[in-house]
Design a protein around this ligand. Structure first.
Ligand SMILES: [Zn+2]
Ligand SMILES: [Zn+2]
Length: 142
């Protein structure tokens, strides 16, 4: 998880940054935002000890909130363990994160799909009689 040699955009070390009020403020901003609060990899609901993981370190020290995703400690561990593998290191941190998400079932992805589906249903409030019948489990003549 720690990247001791990595420097932030402001020049302080990663470990110092993660302990800094600046990072605490960014984290606070994230949790206040409407961005997802569930674990990106397994879909676990937010609970104390939830981490914010960097999709990229490009803007470390001056992150955009969208550079971050919530992850539970378990998944966070898994991501950084996998990322230590040279192959995954080459593929990049975000690819690694998505690989773990896939392994963990990505319930979050399912939730997102579900939400999108509900929204699309909201936009098409009027179902055809045929769809309604199908939904009730009833039969309809073809
Ligand atoms: Zn998780
Ligand atoms: Zn991380």
């Amino acid at each position: 998880m720690s990247e001791p040699r990595r420097k932030t955009t402001t020049g302080i070390s990663y470990t110092d940054y993660i302990r800094s009020p600046a990072w605490r403020a960014t984290r606070e901003r994230y949790w206040q935002s409407k961005l997802p609060h569930e674990c990106y990899c397994c879909g676990a609901a937010r609970r104390p000890g939830m981490h914010l993981h960097h999709r990229t370190y490009k803007r470390l020290g001056a992150e955009r909130l969208t550079d971050l995703v919530p992850v539970c400690p378990d998944c966070h561990d898994a991501v950084h363990r996998l990322h230590r593998d040279p192959i995954w290191r080459r593929r990049g941190l975000w690819a690694t994160t998505n690989a773990v998400r896939k392994m963990r079932g990505g319930r979050f992805a399912a939730a997102q799909k579900h939400r999108a589906l509900m929204e699309s249903k909201g936009l098409q409030l009027k179902m055809s009689r045929r769809q309604k019948a199908a939904r009730r489990g009833g039969t309809f003549t073809r």
